[in-house]
Design a protein around this ligand. Structure first.
Ligand SMILES: *Cc1c(COP(=O)(O)O)cnc(C)c1O
Length: 338
């Protein structure tokens, strides 16, 4: 029996997200934080988790200075992206290159999608967006700012222009906002009913928990809540996330450490002949090199795992900011390889 023939055509032609475990000594490929907590908490395993994650949402609301009812919790922000596309459908619009899940989820759900190339500075090309908004009338536009994998924030004026032009929802994915000195779009939620903001704990030390949030108008939250699975966030993750947020100073000190390491790493990369790093507002650095595939393989032979981006960006590689020790090991190996 050919299972492939049973599968819906949009799923058949889809390629699964590449998240295989590659053995390595220094892991700098997935934009994780090098800092985190080792925790084991007494959680009642026989009871279902709080379906509304009330305590957690209350604390997040306080931190973000929004109301609890304006927050929806997800099993990572990936799940929320899934829910948004399930609820509103396509066409879905996003710049390219960007976070791959916007396209993958659109396709799995059988929704139309299109990618609008970024300009030469990796900023939003507003002319092309304006044209695409008019032509395609997207229900959803996803803008990751700072953008993964380019690392830069989009210019706020351009994001605003898109929010104002769009008759659909504009989702500003702020997964990397904690590493940026730019202002968050959170204060603009009151002004723009079609604005949705995504946040995650994944890049600030808690990728293992799978905890993400959507912040939006209650009309949007109420609709998305209809498709949210009731117990999408397990008790352990809720409890550990709660503890992490109660110790916000610690989390902030981790974020500061990563920002300071990013500065040092960038300086060293700039001085390295044969590569060109791009400035970053996130916890990773994108860089260009002549033979990206070879560099990727040779680093891996030395135990250093980074991300080969050359599939979507010619000759580009992405390295996550690690500890001083990790970054030093990476730089040493990189210099040998080059
Ligand atoms: C990593 C990443 C996410 C995924 O976050 P999770 O909360 O781990 O699902 C979302 N958006 C962008 C732009 C990312 O880079």
């Amino acid at each position: 029996m050919d299972i492939k023939k049973l599968v819906k055509p949009n799923i058949r032609s889809l390629r699964a997200y590449q998240a295989e475990e590659i053995p390595c000594r220094v892991k700098l490929d997935a934009n994780e934080s090098p800092y985190g907590l080792k925790v084991l908490r007494s959680v009642k395993t026989n009871k279902y988790p709080d379906p509304e994650a009330k305590e957690l949402r209350r604390l997040v609301a306080k931190e973000l200075k929004v109301k609890t009812e304006n927050i929806l919790h997800g099993n990572g922000s990936d799940e929320i992206i899934y829910y948004l596309i399930t609820t509103f459908g396509g066409p879905v619009l996003y710049p390219v290159p960007t976070f791959s899940m916007y396209g993958i989820i659109s396709q799995s759900l059988g929704e139309k999608k299109s990618g609008i190339p970024l300009d030469e500075k990796f900023d939003l090309d507003t002319d092309r967006f304006t044209e695409a908004i008019k032509k395609k009338k997207p229900k959803l536009i996803f803008l990751s700012s700072p953008n993964n994998p380019t690392g830069n924030s989009f210019s706020s004026e351009r994001i605003l222009e898109i929010i104002e032009q769009s008759k659909g929802l504009v989702v500003v994915d702020e997964a990397y906002q904690p590493f940026s000195d730019r202002r968050s779009f959170l204060p603009l939620l009151k002004k723009y009913k079609n604005l949705v903001i995504l946040r995650t704990l994944s890049k600030v030390g808690f990728a293992g928990l799978r905890v993400g949030f959507m912040i939006a108008d209650t009309d949007i939250i109420d609709e998305v809540n209809k498709v949210r699975l009731p117990f999408n966030l397990n008790s352990l993750s809720q409890q550990v996330a709660l503890n992490a947020l109660q110790d916000i100073k610690r989390m902030q000190s981790y974020i500061s450490a990563v920002k300071s390491e990013r500065k040092g790493l960038f300086k060293e990369m700039e001085k390295t002949a044969g590569i060109t790093p791009y400035t970053s507002d996130a916890n990773f650095i994108l860089f260009k090199a002549r033979d990206a595939e070879k560099i990727y393989q040779k680093l891996l032979q030395r135990g250093i795992l980074i991300r080969n981006m050359s599939g979507s960006m010619k000759n580009c590689l992405r390295v996550s900011v690690g500890t001083l020790k990790d970054n030093t090991a990476f730089l040493k190996a990189l210099k040998q390889v080059l």
